[in-house]
Structures are given as structure tokens and as C-alpha cells.
Design a protein around this ligand. Structure first.
Ligand code: C2E
Ligand code: MG
Ligand code: MG
Ligand code: MG
Length: 287
């Protein structure tokens, strides 16, 4: 009997694996069509200079308006894009769209684009970046790329060269989700990074606030010593903003300021920001 039920479990497991693989295959086919079919969108989230109370940039966040499944977030399809190699054309589209949108924003405001480690595997990345800047006429110093620590574990040699080339173009480099990776801190001095984005699990996560504050304080300490700008991710309330500001974070990003905006609503948000947050930023944070 034990043998029977064992086989039963294995069969169910097999069946589920099969269905999941089939599901991924279908989604991969759809994703191929999405690129040609105008189903990809960029949503924008503002990044705020806490001291100046001003918008410093917007992060581009990829969305897929799937004809049957509705609006999909990157976690649902970026892994499939990475596995299938589709991340290369999709990444090129993201860069171009983001630079075209940002070129229409008031001057110092930057755009931040997420680049997955899989994109660094290909020599076309740098030419896609250069093309996006060329067609949009966006000055290179208004483009920031966000990379993760995973890059240093998988693509060490190539990534070092790509990052140095990007820096030479004048592009800024931010390390995303900082504090959640497993790599050594040595890469902070080996790679030309300008910014640490402190992962939102330390800012508004469910764990003990005292521990989270200790981690943020330590990260700010590293950033100050090494000359990096810090952005606190996942700032959801005025209280979150107050303590990350008190610990010395330079910038903040999160639902407190805005969830995501369509490209069309970015100019209106910029125009209304000073009235909504500008004066209040210091006093709210201090209160
Ligand atoms: P990320 O770069 O760390 O982006 C921040 C994520 O946190 C976004 O989720 C954003 O909507 C969410 N978020 C922002 N503020 C808050 C907050 O206050 N509270 C909470 N709970 N969440 C907040 P999203 O848009 O689902 O993106 C998830 C991840 O997908 C991104 O993490 C990034 O790693 C990846 N991604 C997004 N766009 C692209 C892209 O164009 N290319 C690649 N390769 N990856 C992308
Ligand atoms: Mg990011
Ligand atoms: Mg992040
Ligand atoms: Mg993330």
C-alpha cells in the first residue's frame, strides 16, 4: 500500500510539473507576440530627494497588458523572458521607451531602468543603450541603470566591462534591492556604482523595526564612507519617511509618494508635486 500511495504522489507531482511547464511554454509564446503586438507598457514611480523635497527621477517598471490574463507584473513574466532569451529584445524596448519618455521631462529629472543579469550575457546590451540614447536625444547622465547583486555572482567578468563602458558614456549605476544578496561587499569598490537602493524589506518589512533600522543605519554608513547616494525603497507612510530621513538616507521611493503612474500622467504629477509634498516633506518628516 505504501508503494501504491508513493506512486500516487509521484504521479500527481509529475502531472503538476507537466502542467507548469506547459503553462510557461504558453506564456512564452504569448510574450513573443506581446512585443510585436504593443502589449508592453512602462509604469513610472517617482524617486524623491528627501532633503530638497524634489523629484530626482522616475523608475520605469515593466507591465504586460495580456489580452486574456489582464495586467501582469514583471515577477510573472521576466523570469520567462530571461529563460527564453526574449529579455534581450524586451530589454531593448524598455530602454528605448524609457529614454523617449524621459526626454520629454523637465531637465534634471532622470529615468531609472532595471537591467536583469541575463541581459549582461549578451554583447548587444551596450549598443541597445547607445541606440536608446541616440534616438531619444536623452543626455546619458539622465539615464540610470539598476542592477542587482546577482549580476556579480553570475556574470562577473563581462559585467565589469559593461559597467565600466556604461560609466564612460556617463550613465549612472544603482545597485537595486541592496542588502538582500549573498555576494561579498568587495564588489562595491571594484565596480563603478553611484547609488545603493536599500531593499524595501528593511524599510517597511514585517520584521522587527529596531533590527530593520540597524540594517539601514549600517548601509547608510557604508554608503557615506564609500561616497554612494542612498535611496530607501518601499516608503509607504509618513512615519517610514521620517525615520529613513533621520538615519540619513538621501532619497526615498514608495507608495507614500505614488504607486505607479502611466507615462501620460507623469507631467501632471511633476507639476503638482511641490504643492502636494514640497513644503510638507521636511515638516512631515520632522514631526
Ligand atoms: P524593483 O526594481 O526593486 O522595483 C520595485 C518594486 O517594488 C516594484 O514592483 C514596485 O511597484 C514595488 N514597490 C514600490 N514601492 C513600493 C512600496 O511602497 N511598497 C511595496 N510593497 N512595493 C513597492 P514591480 O513593478 O512588480 O517590479 C518588481 C521587479 O521586477 C522590480 O523590482 C525589478 O527587479 C523587476 N523589473 C521591473 N521592470 C523591469 C524591467 O523593465 N526589466 C527587468 N529586467 N526587470 C524589471
Ligand atoms: Mg529597480
Ligand atoms: Mg528594488
Ligand atoms: Mg525588486
Amino acid at each position: 500500500r505504501a508503494k501504491d500511495s508513493g506512486r500516487g504522489v509521484a504521479a500527481v507531482f509529475d502531472d503538476r510539473m507537466h502542467r507548469e511547464a506547459e503553462e510557461r511554454r504558453l506564456l512564452q509564446e504569448d510574450l513573443r507576440a506581446a512585443l510585436d503586438g504593443d502589449q508592453l507598457r512602462l509604469a513610472y514611480q517617482p524617486i524623491i530627494d528627501i532633503r530638497a523635497g524634489a523629484i530626482v527621477g522616475f523608475e520605469a517598471l515593466l507591465r504586460w497588458q495580456h489580452p486574456q490574463r489582464g495586467l501582469l507584473s514583471p515577477d510573472a513574466f521576466v523570469p520567462i523572458a530571461e529563460e527564453s532569451g526574449l529579455i534581450e529584445p524586451i530589454g531593448a524596448w524598455v530602454l528605448k521607451r524609457a529614454c523617449l519618455d524621459a526626454a520629454a521631462w523637465p531637465k534634471p529629472i532622470r529615468v531609472a531602468v532595471n537591467i536583469s543579469p541575463a541581459q549582461f550575457g549578451s554583447a548587444t546590451l551596450l549598443s541597445h543603450v547607445a541606440q536608446a540614447l541616440a534616438v531619444s536625444h536623452l543626455p546619458a547622465d539622465r539615464l540610470e541603470v539598476e542592477i542587482t547583486e546577482a549580476l556579480f555572482m553570475n556574470q562577473m567578468a563581462e559585467s565589469g566591462r559593461f559597467l565600466a563602458d556604461m560609466r564612460t558614456l556617463g550613465i549612472r549605476i544603482a545597485l537595486d534591492d541592496f542588502g538582500t544578496g549573498f555576494s561579498s561587499l568587495g564588489y562595491l569598490t571594484r565596480f563603478p556604482i553611484q547609488k545603493l537602493k536599500i531593499d524595501r524589506s528593511f524599510v517597511s518589512g514585517p520584521t522587527d523595526p529596531e533590527n530593520r533600522k540597524a540594517v539601514v543605519e549600517a548601509i547608510v554608513g557604508i554608503a557615506v564612507s564609500l561616497g554612494f547616494v542612498t535611496t530607501a525603497e518601499g516608503v509607504e507612510t509618513a512615519a517610514d519617511l521620517a525615520w529613513v530621513r533621520d538615519l540619513g538616507c538621501d532619497q526615498a521611493q514608495g507608495y507614500y509618494f505614488a504607486r505607479t503612474l502611466s507615462a501620460e500622467s507623469v507631467p501632471g504629477f511633476i507639476a503638482g508635486f511641490a504643492d502636494e509634498f514640497g513644503d510638507g516633506l521636511g515638516s512631515q518628516a520632522a514631526a
